[in-house]
Write a protein that binds this ligand. Structure first.
Ligand code: BGC
Length: 785
């Protein structure tokens, strides 16, 4: 059973009504605000108590040596880690000489609300100091989706029953001290004092700090401006020093009177710009924010989100908790990618420092599918970021003795950041994921300009990688040996089916793209012989199959391995990676996360052309009892294939697990940041799972079916200049074209044309009934209460 959550269930908000310091770090991730460029964890305004202070600027990282007990050729020498930059959200409060600190005194009311429509975090509380003064504090915080450098806080304190002297200290703080790590390899390494001071400034209501990272040499500037309103005798002073700039506002409040500070904060960073240029940059961003003012920022935030929801909303009938969770998921995925603009979208977004702030294949295979159909401009930007790192990827390929480009398994700035190559560089499938995202984006938008400028080159260089990584055997069959697929409990294996099939798609897409863009092909030196070799490799790609069992193999020989002793594994021994050596995991049939099952989804067309439904169902049934879901990337993939094979209730349980991963902290590490891929996977489970949506070149296919526990599911999809709304009931589906030219699609295989004047309504056929596959002991999917 999934435990009851800490948040009230509401359709458009996440609300906390009591403050539990034990789960403070988790709530800081849940209440994080970001636009993909600036990220503020949901720390309390006054800075303390905190779980993990966090202010991030996408791309700002420090480098550190990667120590190896036994070094080897091609191991990356240095790692990158996200750093906590100058914190602009701190507003400390003193009430009659006592610090407003929720660990002391009495908190008689507390509420924090993440408003998914307004894009703000609101807080209200009432607190009585140990000496007996009572104040009411209200704050509203936003990270602007329209002004990418800007975040803002409106902070108000009111005296409740007696005259109070109050002091608000609005600060910019650099080099905050961070709690130490608990040794979980998925958490971040804490770098202490990563910022070197370069300049500080405080005049009137304006503050500015400029720092530089010690080794990576990135210049970080943060500035703040304030509008203060309070009773007549309110005074302000400002000061600045090495790691601190502060505006102090003092007032005496009669009962019912309040003091309000509106703080605008601008952020910037650069590897190349000078100190004066950076100071000017943040001052200009502040001027622009001040021009619109707090109210203008609020109004723009709302308008931007209204537009997003009109394109992206998902309505879930019959389960209020999943309804809330999917909107929470959409909101956070938008926050992670909206304004990332040629920077990576990390696995945790900008909500925490988990995985050192690195981006993985999560971006292209989980996050970008959602954004492709809801906020496509962000996808082009994310892929242009990959494109901007091509030179490093080419260098890495050359270092490995390969052609083309080898993109990193994990990175912030472009270079490979994985110190463990069996689950790092050997996971070459990330390259096919990037190619897949390019094709998906171009198919869904028709953005041929992007394809010409960046897409073709990404496809060509990744195809070159596959052509040099694999080989034709004596019978002409093409193999990719010694690679790691998505399942990290297998490594360096031959012919991983997911990798082979994704590489096959990559090779074919590259060959098609060079035909469409002969000029680009010529520029990149692709001749007919080269693209013919890609097609040959694709046509001859080996896909291992165990005829005795009648199932596809995760990789050659996988089904021959000994099964993991699931019966003898205790529930507290999961995740296995923290309790067993990789050596043992690698040589047994035990699966961390969907791998072959993911291929059944992402390479659906390949299977459908060659095999019947029974084969797909047999594959799924074989891998279910082996899959332990020690990665949050698994449940959503299993949901999609469970729905495809008619196991709708199982699909529902997996969907719930993906959806509630962070709201209920199912993996007990939400404190390190949100699981952005799992959040995006919630959308995938609903739209590709119950909606049965698949790509079909320049068309979309749907095969909708609802589990009994849902009465209705409606979602929006943007596709080639159109906005489509799909609404699924138990027995019918309505396709409604909200705008754009007529759209041809398929519903359970039948051709349907929808126009803006006439929705199409089609019956939902019943699904096949098959015995429900079992999961490993202790690994039955979480069920909502
Ligand atoms: C998963 C990877 C994933 C990474 C970051 C790991 O636990 O096995 O597939 O990319 O987490 O989310």
């Amino acid at each position: 059973m999934i435990n009851h959550g800490s948040y009230a269930v509401e359709p458009w908000a996440v609300r906390e009504t009591t403050l539990d310091l034990d789960v403070l770090a988790q709530s800081e991730s849940v209440f994080a605000l970001s636009n993909g460029h600036v990220g503020w964890r949901g720390n309390l305004d006054e800075g303390e108590p905190h779980g993990l202070p966090g202010s991030y600027l996408n791309g700002v990282h420090e480098v550190h040596p990667l120590p190896y007990a036994e070094a080897g050729y091609g191991y990356p020498e240095s790692g990158q880690t996200v750093i906590n930059v100058t914190n602009g959200k701190v507003l400390r409060l003193l009430v009659d000489d006592e610090p407003f600190d929720l660990r002391y005194g009495r908190l008689t009311a507390h509420e924090r609300v993440l408003d998914l429509r307004r894009g703000v975090l609101e807080r209200t509380c009432e607190w009585t100091s140990p000496a007996g003064s009572t104040v009411r504090v209200r704050s509203t915080r936003l990270v602007s989706l329209t002004q990418r450098a800007v975040a803002a806080v409106a902070y108000e304190v009111e005296a409740v029953d007696a005259r109070s002297r109050v002091v608000i200290q609005s600060e910019l703080v650099a080099n905050e001290s961070l709690p130490g790590s608990d040794g979980d390899p998925r958490a971040a390494m804490a770098l202490h004092s990563p910022l070197e001071q370069e300049d500080h400034f405080a005049t009137g209501n304006r503050l500015r700090l400029v720092h530089r990272t010690r080794r990576s040499g990135l210049r970080v500037a943060v500035a703040a401006d304030h509008a203060v309103s309070g009773p007549g005798q309110t005074t302000t002073t400002s000061e600045s020093g090495t790691d601190l700039a502060r505006l102090t506002v003092t007032s005496v409040l009669e009962p019912g009177q309040s003091l309000r500070v509106e703080k605008l904060v601008a952020h910037g960073w650069s590897a190349t710009r000078s100190l004066p240029a950076m100071a000017d940059q943040v001052d200009a961003a502040l001027a622009a924010a001040a021009h619109d003012g707090w109210r203008g920022l609020l109004a723009d935030q709302r308008a931007g989100l209204d537009d997003f929801w009109a394109r992206a909303d998902v309505e879930v009938g019959g389960d209020e908790e999943i309804q809330q969770a999917v909107r929470f998921a959409l909101f956070h995925v938008l926050q992670a990618g909206a304004r990332a603009e040629r920077r990576a979208i990390p696995a945790k977004g900008l909500t925490g420092s988990g995985y050192d702030g690195h981006a993985f294949w999560d971006t292209e295979m989980f996050v970008l599918p959602l954004l492709t159909h809801t906020a496509p401009a962000a996808v082009a930007e994310a892929l242009r970021w990959r494109y901007s790192t091509l030179d490093e990827a080419r260098e890495r390929a050359a270092q490995l003795g390969l052609a083309g480009a080898a993109f990193p398994w994990r990175t912030i700035a472009g270079p490979e950041g994985s110190a463990y190559w069996p689950a790092g560089t050997a996971a070459f499938h990330v390259n096919a994921g990037i190619a897949d995202a390019v094709v998906r984006y171009v198919e869904a938008t028709g953005d041929t300009g992007f394809e010409r400028e960046a897409g073709v080159e990404l496809l060509v260089e990744t195809a070159r990688l596959w052509r040099s990584l694999g080989h034709h055997d004596a019978h002409g069959v093409y193999h990719l040996d010694g690679v790691t697929g998505p399942d990290e409990y297998s490594a360096v294996a031959d012919d991983n089916t997911y990798t082979n099939l994704m590489a096959r798609q990559n090779l074919l897409s590259a060959a098609d793209a060079v035909e469409r863009h002969p000029d680009e092909a010529a520029r990149l030196g692709v001749d007919e012989e080269e693209s013919a070799a890609w097609r040959d490799a694709a046509a001859a790609m080996h896909v291992p199959y165990n005829a005795e069992l009648g199932v596809h193999e995760q990789h050659s020989g996988f089904t021959r391995y000994q099964r993991w002793d699931f019966e003898g594994t205790r529930s507290d021994q999961y995740p296995l990676l923290l309790n067993f050596p990789y050596f043992d995991l690698y040589r047994k049939q035990v699966i961390k996360q969907a791998d072959l099952v993911l291929a059944l989804y992402t390479c659906d067309g390949w299977f459908a052309e060659r095999y019947d439904e029974e084969q797909i169902a047999r594959n799924f049934a074989y891998y279910e009892p082996l899959t332990v879901r020690d990665s949050s990337l698994s449940a959503c993939c299993q949901a999609v294939v469970a729905a495809r094979t008619g196991h709708l209730d199982l699909a529902y349980d997996y969907t719930a697990e993906a959806a509630l991963m962070d709201l209920r902290d199912l993996e007990h590490n939400t404190r390190d940041g949100l699981h952005i891929a799992s959040l995006a996977g919630t959308w995938m489970a609903l739209v590709a799972g119950f909606g049965g949506m698949r790509r079909d070149g320049e068309r979309l296919r749907f095969a909708p079916r609802l589990p009994e526990r849902l009465s209705r599911l409606a979602f929006h999809v943007q596709f080639r200049g159109r906005r489509l709304r799909v609404e699924i009931d138990a027995d019918k589906t309505t396709y409604e074209l909200l705008d754009g030219p007529p759209l041809d699609l398929r519903h359970h295989g039948d051709a349907v044309t929808v126009t803006t004047s006439e929705p199409a309504v089609r019956a939902v056929p019943p699904s096949a009934r098959r015995p429900v596959p079992r999961q490993p002991r202790h690994r039955v999917p979480n069920q909502t209460s």
